[in-house]
Design a binder for this molecule. Structure first.
Ligand code: ADP
Ligand code: MG
Length: 394
């Protein structure tokens, strides 16, 4: 078990909290402040317990000088100040005299945010490359390091792994919650456990498939990846998305999990992935040469319902259709309607899957939507996340 912020006496201590303030920005404005809101519990806890709070985060990518201004954390400091109803001391530097001075002046209960950690990427990728000297310097600013940036926990950067290598560390409430819910669902679920797999390509999800099929009682496969499995089982799938290099992989997975894997029986087929393309529902065997399967059909939703209704836990990665287009979103909506009943624990992983559930209006109807796209996929793959692995053990 990893230490959490609760395991430390933080009163009067300089506590560095690595947050995920990587919010979408447009023309200098924050488009969606959910990530800032998700970090408030940990920050409030640190303030209320009398810590001297030093916040760090990255925002976007910094490759050229032009990237600096549009990825400044100043707008985040303002929004955070509104949400906390408290002054945030923003330091427009990532290191140096000004940073040192402001940290030294910081009083208990006060909050300071330094500039975007990736400003350090401009000069030789020091943040993303986990430059040793940079991690050591940032660690020297604090007494305790708290990692609460789940979205970057799958990367070893100076602002997580670097700092945690030098001072006592723990996780914040957001990472604690992600780990508890995700790992319990994967490793110690209430059974039956059903995995819904969808999304575009098999090749993107080899690790997720390998890890989750071992754990599941039922595996329901939809989305683009279903067609490689269907082809591997000997069916013709027209022009649907197929990863021809992974037919043998799918054959093996099908053979090893014969009684667990359920593939679609019907689809919504169309010739083009367009809002106004003609579409029709048909059985897999009726897909024409020039048609693609772009969503699961009604019969498949019904078939999948049978397994979901019997489940206590559902882990879902990958929309089962091209949900971005309304006429191919009904399968995904159908499954949302089925899992929304309250006696099933439903865990959503993956960036696009979370976005789909939120866009389709089911955010409140599922147990947990993981906040980190890449990080949640790596948890589903059973990987150890370096930003969490480095944190002190209890
Ligand atoms: P995540 O980011 O949650 O891991 P993916 O990136 O694997 O999910 O999958 C999301 C994408 O899969 C969506 O953009 C969606 O349009 C696409 N998709 C779903 N079903 C199909 C299909 N039948 N054919 C092509 N693409 C599909
Ligand atoms: Mg994706």
């Amino acid at each position: 078990m990893k230490k959490t912020i609760r395991d430390y006496d933080i009163k009067d201590k300089k506590v560095i909290i690595r947050c995920d303030f990587n919010v979408p920005m447009k023309d200098g404005e924050i488009v969606d402040d959910n990530r800032i809101k998700a970090s408030l519990d940990t920050i409030r806890y640190a303030i209320d317990n009398g810590a001297r709070v030093i916040l760090m985060s990255h925002l976007g990518r910094i490759k050229t000088k032009e990237d600096l201004e549009k990825n400044s954390l100043e707008a985040v400091a303002l929004r955070l100040s509104e949400l906390l109803n408290k002054e945030i001391i923003f330091v427009d530097e990532t290191r140096g005299e000004l940073v040192d001075q402001e940290v030294a002046n910081l009083k208990s209960g006060e909050v300071l945010l330094i500039q975007n950690t990736r400003y350090e990427d401009l000069d030789g990728k020091k943040e993303s490359g986990n430059d040793k000297e940079l991690g050591k310097y940032w660690a020297s600013l604090g007494d305790i390091f708290i990692n609460d940036a789940f979205g970057t926990a799958h990367r070893a950067h100076a602002s997580n792994v670097g700092i945690a290598s030098h001072i006592p560390s723990g996780v914040g409430f957001l990472i604690e919650k992600e780990l508890k819910i995700m790992l319990e669902a994967i490793n110690n679920p209430k059974r039956p456990l059903t995995i819904i797999l969808g999304g575009s390509k098999v090749s993107d999800k080899i690790g997720v498939i390998e890890n989750l099929v071992k754990k599941a009682d039922y595996i329901l496969i939809g989305g683009g990846m279903a067609f490689t499995f269907l082809k591997a089982s000997g069916l013709s799938v027209g022009s649907s998305l197929v990863d021809d290099n992974y037919i043998d992989f799918c054959k093996r997975i099908l053979k090893e999990n014969e009684n667990k894997i359920i593939l679609p029986i019907d689809v919504v087929a169309a010739k083009e992935i367009k809002e106004d393309s003609d579409s029709r529902e048909c059985f897999i065997s009726d897909i024409k040469q020039d048609e693609m399967g772009l969503d699961i059909g009604h019969q498949t939703v019904k078939l999948f319902k049978h397994y979901i209704d019997d489940s206590k836990t559902v882990i879902w990665n990958g929309p089962v259709g091209v949900f971005e287009i309304e006429k191919f979103s009904r399968g995904t909506i159908g499954l949302c309607d089925i899992i929304k009943k309250d006696d099933v624990t439903s865990i959503i992983g993956g960036g696009d899957t979370g976005a789909a559930i939120i866009k389709l209006g089911y955010k409140e109807d599922v147990t947990h939507i993981s906040t980190g796209g890449g990080a949640s996929l790596e948890l589903l793959e059973g990987k150890v996340l370096p930003g969490i692995d480095i944190i002190s053990d209890k």
